[in-house]
Design a protein around this ligand. Structure first.
Ligand SMILES: NC(=O)C1=CN([C@@H]2O[C@H](COP(=O)(O)OP(=O)(O)OC[C@H]3O[C@@H](n4cnc5c(N)ncnc54)[C@H](OP(=O)(O)O)[C@@H]3O)[C@@H](O)[C@H]2O)C=CC1
Ligand SMILES: CC(=O)N[C@@H](CCC(=O)OP(=O)(O)O)C(=O)O
Length: 306
């Protein structure tokens, strides 16, 4: 019996990405609303009663509205996988990063509500959580993160601006230091101190680098770059999608080579002479940063019983 899935917001950037990936999943049957009913709560509620999982690919407020509809349905409600930021650190929601810790896949498998991680947050948490868990980075360490994303990260509006040539070649943004991914990065990297996060967007469609520069002698154990790399490799040993790669000797890295995949690559660029390192995660913002992660979570959710 195929599992029935409804993507709320299916016509958007993330929704289209998930739909494309679902097309290759024979065990999953897609249910949709007629175009004119897409934003009709009654039609949405009726459809939700007939599916196993609803995937939310909506702006935050719309995602909250659909969750409220589901909660009003009681035990007839479907399980929910939310790609928005709305529930990332909300009570009763499981964070959809299976590689976070050993018990996370099982937690996702049995959860009623799963929140798909943010694209930048995926890279930042993948780099930092294992190092905090290993005691190499203290939870109160002053972490600074910078990143560059392809413009598809901004959704339909930003895509249209870039494709019409109405956008700068490169832009640093969110310099009020209130980016919406910081709460989930702090929570799931287990940092007691709010990290600084400075994102940017470049004139390329997809792909992403998330970087965390570190003064090695500021870490209590004064580790080598190789120690950080070894701790990451130990955490992700056997992982299907997350790989620790050797840092390029050229000292250069581009953001697009993982586009179209659900892969996430981690590197430690270090100078022992300077006792400095830059931790870098590479991913596709629409892949492991969105629809690839959503499929990974959906597959786990459909294996388990909530
Ligand atoms: N782009 C990315 O790289 C990523 C985005 N996300 C998150 O996923 C969510 C969607 O983002 P993205 O796909 O980029 O955004 P888009 O703007 O590309 O798509 C959003 C879609 O939701 C539709 N929509 C809006 N309100 C409603 C509603 N009440 N009921 C039904 N549909 C509605 C929109 O329709 P209409 O245009 O007609 O209003 C649009 O088709 C956001 O929360 C975003 O933060 C997560 C990971 C990565
Ligand atoms: C370039 C750009 O604008 N990127 C978006 C990231 C979108 C995203 O992935 O946000 P959620 O996954 O949290 O919904 C931003 O910085 O808001």
């Amino acid at each position: 019996m195929p599992a029935k899935v409804f993507i709320d917001g299916e016509a958007g950037t993330t929704g289209l990405g998930i739909s494309a990936r679902l097309a290759d999943c024979p065990g999953i049957e897609r249910r949709s609303l007629a175009l004119e009913q897409r934003k009709d709560p009654d039609a949405k509620k009726a459809l939700m009663e007939s599916v196993d999982v609803v995937v939310l690919c909506l702006p935050d407020d719309a995602a909250r509205e659909t969750v409220a509809l589901a909660k009003a349905m009681g035990d007839r409600a479907p399980r929910i996988l939310d790609a928005s930021t709305a529930h990332r650190v909300a009570e009763g929601w499981t964070y959809g990063f299976p590689e976070l810790a050993s018990g996370q896949p099982e937690a996702i498998r049995t959860a009623r509500f799963v929140s798909n991680p943010g694209c930048y947050a995926t890279g930042a948490i993948a780099l930092l959580r294992p190092l905090v868990d290993a005691g190499l980075i203290p939870s109160d360490f002053p972490v600074a993160i910078n990143a560059v994303s392809g413009y598809s990260g901004g959704g339909k509006t930003m895509i249209a601006d870039y494709e019409r040539g109405h956008a700068p070649a490169f832009e640093a943004y969110s310099l009020g230091l209130e980016h919406k991914h910081v709460p989930e990065i702090q929570r799931y990297a287990r940092l007691d101190r709010r990290p600084i996060f400075a994102p940017s967007v470049g004139n390329f469609a997809q792909g992403m680098l998330v970087c965390a520069p570190i003064f090695l002698d500021d870490l209590p154990g004064r580790p080598k770059g190789a120690d950080l790399e070894a701790a990451l490799a130990a955490h992700y040993a056997g992982s299907q999608y997350v790989r620790v790669m050797p840092a390029e000797a050229s000292g250069r890295i581009e953001p697009e080579s993982l586009n179209g995949t659900n892969d996430l690559e981690l590197r430690v660029f270090a100078s022992e002479g300077r006792r400095q390192a830059v931790l870098i995660a590479k991913l596709d913002n629409l892949g492991k940063g969105a629809s690839g992660a959503a499929l990974q979570n959906l597959e786990l959710m459909l294996q388990g019983d909530a």
